[in-house]
Design a protein around this ligand. Sequence first.
Ligand code: R5P
Length: 304
Amino acid sequence: MKILVGEEDGFNIKLAEMLDIDLIPLTSKTYKDGEVCPRIHANKKSIERKKLLLCLRKTPDENPNDYLNRFLFTAGALKKEAANILAVMPYLVYARQDKDFLKGGNEFEPISIEIMLESLGTYVHGLLTFNSHFEREQKVITKYAVPIHNLDAFNVFGKKLREIKDLVIIAPDKGMKPLAEKIARKHECEFDYLEKSRNADNGEIVFADKDFKIEGKNVVTLDDMISTGGTMIKGIKHLKKYNPANIYAMAVHGAFTPGAYEQLKAVCTDVFFTDTLKSDKSKVSVVEYLAAYIRKTEPLGIGL
Ligand code: R5P
């Protein structure tokens, strides 16, 4: 028998329903000094030698360290009783630091994702996530201490994209061009990418002029995540010079910093992002895709 452990929110209730398994609720408290402490609302015996799915989503304003600690402490407590645990961390924290960006010399940095996964790997046997920052393809990544099932949440935007006529997909930079091309092929529409670079003096993002053929079209500009919204807002303002009918912002992870969603919404027609992070503004859910993936692939024997 398999059991889902996670907060009793719409996402987990639906995930448990779709997998036809029980949901053990999880809550968390924060002490006055800032330390976090999760609480698993079940008798230990009920999870003894069971295969568990642990799904915990971050809110955009939760400190990633608090979130990670909640995850680690819960996984550690469950591991003492369970047969094995498959972790679902829909937005993978610390994925941006997947290299030592100082590249040697007299200073060096941790490869945070590597160390984080070594810690997590003490307790869990596999990890499911969406669009990790370091891997664009949907695949199982085995180079870290925990196998990572990296799912591509752009697959869940199909319905939204089909609703938009005269569509042109624009990637925010050359690196995302293959993704824009793949989505454009699927939806039989045009695509292009923004020529993004950084000003050498102040590090600011700049977009070069280009022969964008988007006049009167409905443009969707996409990215893996939105944080401050700075990249999208600048890109959208640049694209507006080419007179599109509408511009929509689309991203997997809505990791908005305070005020970022509102600022972005003010410069475009609409903003679409998934529920990999908790938000009442998300219009697209990954939960069905996640459940179907677990059912189909049975990652580490924890599927159904
Ligand atoms: C960058 O590598 C990412 O793909 C996003 O473009 C970036 O994280 C977005 O951040 P912000 O919303 O703060 O510009």
